[in-house]
Write a protein that binds this ligand. Structure first.
Ligand SMILES: *Cc1c(COP(=O)(O)O)cnc(C)c1O
Length: 410
């Protein structure tokens, strides 16, 4: 490479690999070396890389109209809003460009809801180990002191309780009369792939009803089919008041959405919130294409089937590995918690197995493969991981056609 990272801020710890093209779950670097993508750009490219229908939607719309302004009506935005509301049971949408912005909109809705109830200092209940973004408000909502360090003073207005603990929520309700909303992930992704039990989400719904709090579900990582339902909270059969989306909504084209229903629907009045780029014709058309493809190909259902295959495979290959503490997941969100710091595995998986993985919370391998993987690719992910974690790991990538997960673990 002629260029180096010397003119980029050091916000990321980057691997020394750069990809030049992709197809489905496969990526190639400039030397033509092929890699298997088990993270999909962190739950973004769920339809895989270079999906021809997405490429066509982008190029056709780019030749027609990229951007006008939210000063005007935008047909694709109206269409996308209607489709997302139909899928979630929400009533209205606000569009932005990222997950953090979608959560910012939700946090602002919660404060408006509080002020409408005459609560002067509205508090929002958030969870330990939760992740909601990197802007100052969403960082303040995030339950990870390591990510917050250095950015104090954080934003006031958050009360934090342990995840999956309804008693803690009840105690907070008794102690903090100014709580007006709950912000929660159905599966904590950055938090180590922690899946909320259906009873927990139902309990939160009941407590929100009881106290007139908005139930705001952050579906930015778990939504859009990844957990085996269109949205993670749907496994619990509940309807939130606010749902936030981003990541896979544009399959790599930046777009975020904050959806609301009931008393949250019309909290914003004209001029109270906005985004220059948010909901432009290009982004909304791409997201409509994403929904077309996901619906036509039953990708949420496919994520459920492939997810079972992935978790079963991981369990067989690594369940009795001495370093493995737990294997968890839902659909195509899987975590393998190790008994040690395993950040070095990201680089080793790339170099030795040509496999893209991430590690979260320093000790949990996180897998977020594209929903369009085939069964062989899921088995291949398992085989390469088993090879990576085997005590006698050699340098070459595992040969999936000759190595079943069981053999690789042996
Ligand atoms: C990624 C993520 C965000 C932040 O999204 P950005 O697009 O990076 O701002 C928020 N919440 C959850 C659950 C996420 O996984």
């Amino acid at each position: 490479m002629q260029y180096h990272a010397s003119h980029l801020m050091r916000a990321y710890a980057r691997q020394p690999v750069s990809f030049v093209r992709g197809s489905g779950a496969r990526l190639w670097d400039a030397q033509g070396v092929e890699y298997l993508d088990a993270i999909a750009g962190i739950a973004v490219t769920s339809l895989g890389h270079a999906h021809p229908e997405i490429a066509a939607a982008i190029s056709e719309q780019a030749g027609l109209l990229l951007h006008t302004s939210n000063v005007f009506r935008i047909d694709w935005q109206e269409r996308l809003g209607a489709r997302l509301c139909a899928l979630t049971g929400m009533q209205k949408a606000f569009f932005c460009n990222s997950g953090a912005e979608a959560n910012e909109a939700a946090l602002k809705l919660a404060r408006l809801h509080g002020h409408r109830k005459q609560v002067a200092q509205p508090q929002i209940l958030v969870m330990e180990n939760g992740f909601h973004g990197r802007t100052l408000a969403t960082l303040s909502a995030t339950g990870n002191p390591a990510k917050q360090r250095g950015f104090e003073p954080l934003m006031p207005g958050f009360v934090r309780v342990p995840y999956s603990d309804l008693d803690a929520v009840r105690q907070a309700a008794a102690r903090w009369p100014d709580i007006v909303a709950v912000l929660v992930e159905p599966v904590q992704g950055e938090g180590g792939i922690r899946v909320a039990a259906a009873d927990y989400l139902r309990g939160l719904r009941a407590l929100c009803d009881q106290h007139d709090w908005l139930l705001m579900v952050d579906e930015i990582q778990a939504g859009m089919g990844r957990t085996g339902a269109w949205f993670g909270h749907q496994h619990a059969g509940i309807t939130p008041d606010v749902v936030t989306l981003a990541k896979a909504l544009g399959n790599g084209f930046p777009i975020g959405a904050c959806l609301a229903r009931g008393q949250a629907t019309d909290l914003f009045s004209p001029g109270q919130h906005g985004s220059t780029f948010g909901g432009n014709p290009l982004a909304c058309r791409v997201a409509c294409s994403v929904l077309d493809i996901m619906a036509r190909e039953n990708l949420p259902e496919r994520a459920a089937l492939l997810g079972t295959r992935l978790l079963d495979g991981l369990q067989r290959a690594l369940g009795s590995h001495p370093d493995v503490v737990a294997i968890r997941g839902q659909g195509l969100m899987a975590g393998i918690e190790l008994n040690r710091n395993c950040n070095e595995l990201v680089g080793r998986a790339l170099a030795e197995q040509h496999l893209l993985i991430t590690v979260t919370r320093d000790n949990t391998i996180r897998l977020l493969p594209p929903l369009v993987c085939d069964e062989a690719q899921i088995d291949d992910i398992v085989a390469r991981l088993a090879h990576l974690l085997s005590p006698t790991a050699s340098d070459g990538p595992a040969a999936p056609s000759e190595t079943t997960p069981q053999e690789a673990a042996a």
